[in-house]
Design a protein around this ligand. Structure first.
Ligand SMILES: [Zn+2]
Length: 329
């Protein structure tokens, strides 16, 4: 972590200010140390450059494994593709000029695919994740001066309210036990006038039936076993491309049909292993935004991508003055 992160971190138990002790620095990076709450005395370790507010990945453990096994697959800077860049732009509505000067929260950073894009385009990014995926992200994002990673629970985030110009969460909230509450926890970290952007799974009616049934079994298997099971998608892919057989297979056992085999394996694993996988409707998700004081909503076509601007009522407490983020005309 960088020294500057300290001023926006708070104790997750009492929201007290944290003091850094026993710091071991490597250049600008605080590699090790201890964050101690001045109010309640709770302490949180900084290990491998990452402040740790949770002990392990809990319900999201499969993602911790996933982002180590597939660490580089979706990183644009590593694979020469621009999938992550396009997804981030589609979710936030940002053009290239909108990133510079913004402080952005990536809620559920995984291996860092979107944080990498935002940082490359000039944003300061803080990525949080419940799991040891933060360590995979740290490796992928090494070299970016304005990136920090924090291992934390989305329901108990260690930041002062309104710490960020933009908060985004792409493909994460539906994997928590309570997506609506997770949304509130993330949105309240956005300053008034800042942007909130998310992507969550949509309900697909009948097409959800077979995978939902399969998930009743696969979510109970150890991640290592599921890694092997999901490799089925790598090899069975040609069968799914056959006209009639493909249609039948898609009905009973859908897999990712991404042409790149590593992505196909990752996406299939990603679909069948998470403990929670909620699916939502637009009215439901639009309701989350409105309840959090986020307006000017822009909703993309399926799947559910929505972004908007947070406007707190006049007189509501505002954060320590932050310069308003620039926005391209
Ligand atoms: Zn405390």
């Amino acid at each position: 972590m960088k020294q500057q992160l300290l001023s926006s971190l708070v104790c997750v138990r009492c929201h007290g200010a944290l003091e850094l002790r026993h710091a071991v620095r490597l250049g600008r990076e605080i590699a090790r140390g201890e964050l101690v709450c001045g109010a309640c005395g709770q302490s949180y370790p900084v290990r491998d450059g990452i402040p740790r507010f949770v002990a392990n990945g809990a319900y999201a453990a499969s993602f911790g494994r996933e982002w180590h096994w597939f660490r580089r697959v979706q990183i644009d800077a590593r694979n020469g593709a621009d999938d992550s860049e396009r997804q981030l732009a589609a979710t936030t509505g940002y053009g290239d000029a909108d990133y510079a000067g913004r402080r952005m929260l990536d809620a559920g950073v995984g291996a860092g695919r979107f944080a990498e894009v935002a940082a490359r385009k000039g944003a300061e990014v803080v990525g949080i994740d419940l799991t040891e995926a933060v360590d995979a992200a740290a490796q992928n994002l090494r070299g970016y001066e304005r990136v920090d990673l924090v291992q934390a629970d989305i329901f108990a985030l260690p930041f002062r309210p309104e710490s960020f110009d933009t908060v985004y969460s792409i493909g994460v909230l539906h994997h928590t036990p309570d997506p609506a509450r997770a949304f509130r926890c993330v949105a309240e970290l956005c300053r008034s006038g800042g942007d909130v952007a998310i992507y969550v799974y949509a309900r697909n009616g009948i097409a959800d039936k077979a995978p939902d049934l399969i998930r009743k079994v696969t979510t109970k298997l150890p991640p290592q076993v599921m890694l092997a099971v999901a490799s089925y998608a790598v090899f069975a892919y040609p069968l799914y491309r056959a006209p009639l057989l493909g249609k039948a297979l898609r009905l009973v056992a859908p897999i990712s049909e991404e042409p790149r085999w590593r992505w196909r394996w990752l996406d299939t694993f990603d679909w069948y292993t998470p403990t929670y996988q909620w699916k939502h409707t637009y009215p439901e998700v639009l309701g989350w935004f409105r309840a959090a004081g986020v307006g000017d909503l822009v909703a993309d076509a399926q799947p559910i991508r929505i972004h908007g601007r947070r406007q707190l009522p006049a007189g509501a407490p505002t954060p320590a003055a932050r310069a308003p983020a620039r926005r391209a005309a």
